[in-house]
Design a protein around this ligand. Sequence first.
Ligand code: IFM
Length: 451
Amino acid sequence: MARLLFPEDFHWGAATASYQIEGAWNEDGKGESIWDRFTHTPGNVRNGDTGDRACDSYHRFDEDVALLRNMNLQSYRFSIAWPRIQPTGKGAANAKGLDYYGRLVDALLDAGIRPFPTLYHWDLPQPLEDAGGWPHRDLAGRFGDYAEIVTRSLGDRVSDWMILNEPNVFTACGYLLGIHAPGRRSLSDFLRAVHTVNLAHGDAFRAMKAVRSDLRIGTAFNFTPCEPHRDSDADAEAAERWHAFVNESFLRPALRGAYPGFFRDGSAPLEALAVEEGDAERMRAPLDFVGVNLYTRTIIQDVPEDDGLGARPALPFGGDEGPKTDFGWEVWPDALRTMLVRISSDYERPEIEITENGCSYGDRPGPDGRVRDARRVEFYRSYLEAVHRAIQAGADVRGYHAWSLLDNFEWGEGYEQRFGLVWVDFETGERTPKDSARWLGQTAAENGFEV
Ligand code: IFM
């Protein structure tokens, strides 16, 4: 037996997002979001589920803070719903919305837990979508205004922030594939959305630093290491193009002020992205840390007939060697080590926070009420071993946030996929910590675990 210990001031935490847990979709002056509209439109979400009530954390956040404290967690990643703050996406702030997050932050601080908010985890005010949504360039400036309002309100008590959650996911699923809100399917809208988001990222970063230059600001990117399907140069090159596209289309503009060349000829589609003169500087956001959301790897094959990207995943959600979660995602812990090491070597060893990592398993309470989710415990143990190996290889990892604190609304899948450390009865709102919550709690208390 050996003990894996993590760095001394490592932050152990858990993550959630506003739309997935809060409920109270139309209370206290909150405006409609694109997810309210999307879920209220029949046919978009499995079983017709909505986030109208979700985990009811808007009313039960004290219980959630107590759960975190009982698990010895020191950091809580949550997100702020833009339409609670600006119901129509512009203009004066809604005092009740700001007050809710102020109370949550105070409760966390009283419990000795670091509040770690994300400004945008996908719930765009619907009126901004009606005005063109993310493909419309003007949205960047609006987002900068929102970032300033929130930072002015909470920046005296919150030092560590994320601007965006998974920009590659919400632009692709929302504007290209149509499987997330707002449900559009257009290559041109998608590419324009990518660019507006990059501009918004830079604008928000500067707006926040102008309020307080000592804030520690990052973004939670969704990463996946890309591996060639076959042992061929063509697939190896395709995997690199996919890596540039999926892992770097937002990271590189922020840290380097340029798009990665993800096309076969080494270029990026700047015209289709609608890049204008001066945008390179505007996209730049020299983040204080890189947030890593990671679940599995991606296996890529060359697509010879396509002279654009010329690459696509050969298999859905990982490879076919590891076990699968109930969502069908391959459990492949080394994906996390590989990605942490690659980011560290390609971007001069930035500070890294693991902002999401977790798995969906449906284990339910037994007759004694206990949730024996042994597969989730094994998932966390194996991925944390991979984090430890990456730290030993030189990655500067400062914290780890399990996705998720609670079973919650899993977007297009509704309530069918359960990612929580804590079981939620969606009828009553009752919360039951699973075995994995106890395991992670002990790990956090001991700053490591036995292997
Ligand atoms: O639930 C999501 C979260 O909102 C963003 N990252 C992935 C999670 C699991 O799909």
